[in-house]
Design a protein around this ligand. Sequence first.
Ligand code: SF4
Length: 306
Amino acid sequence: MGRIESYSSLSTLASCAQKYAYGYVDRLERTDINLPLVNGSAMHEAFRVMYEGGWDPEKYEEARGVLRKAWGDIRPPLGAKKHAHLTVEYAELRLLRYVQERVENPTILERGEVLPSFTEKLHTFKWTLGGETVEIRGAPDLLVKGKDGKLYVVDHKFPTSSWITDYYWLKYSLGFQLRIYSAMVEEILGVEVAGTLINAVCCNDKGADPPEAWKKRSSVPSSVRLISFTRDRIEEAHAWVRGNLMLRDACETSGLWPRNELACDDYGGCEFLPLCLAVADHDRDLLKTTRYQMKEERRDEAEDEG
Ligand code: SF4
């Protein structure tokens, strides 16, 4: 107990308490490469450069250098079928296409004023409602003031398997992450937030295709979508956080972390499945030392940002 949770850790707990225990109590992660995470982290670094102090397409070369450095020498494993397109060359081209897309069709992110004081940092805030206080951390990507003078919280997304369609947006209008970010900005800065902007950049295996290829598709290469929440729906997120903190404390006190087999297939499969399938404790302990390692703090933050 006492750990300050993020949206990512709480949503993991909400889906499967055992998964939370492996990932956030034991702090285990697979030793093999998580290419979507590498792509998301490197793109975030490049986007920081592109938007820092205001959008500037002239910064592409600088952003490309930052992206390349963040990516390092990671390559898809030989024979990889899933996410084999995620190489540093793909990411560079994807970034270039993105810059071209936004030069041609600027959005509020490129036209508005990027406020530097709040973004690019991991924030912790205390959120009190109905006499109940919860503490939670998170790292919104940008805070933008539109031409209408209103403030918007921005979160970049880099889906590596999905297309950006109407269905893609649905989960964000139902999810709690953006509601928590809205409350966080309002609480910390004491200003009203008009809504949340999701900046989605398609990074699937066709994501870096040229503009001609996209003309034949029903999805788009990148898009910004405004998602606004009523006060009731933001307050619902507070109840969600409280409920999950109570669950965490109950699990921690009892030492019981229930498994939810309905979550094993989520997002392409749970990384802890081998541990759950191990029959004997000594097999599980052996797996923990051979196929997993302790998670680094930096990586934890990247997940929160993702
Ligand atoms: S494999 Fe399934 S039951 Fe086990 S931690 Fe993952 S989601 Fe939970």
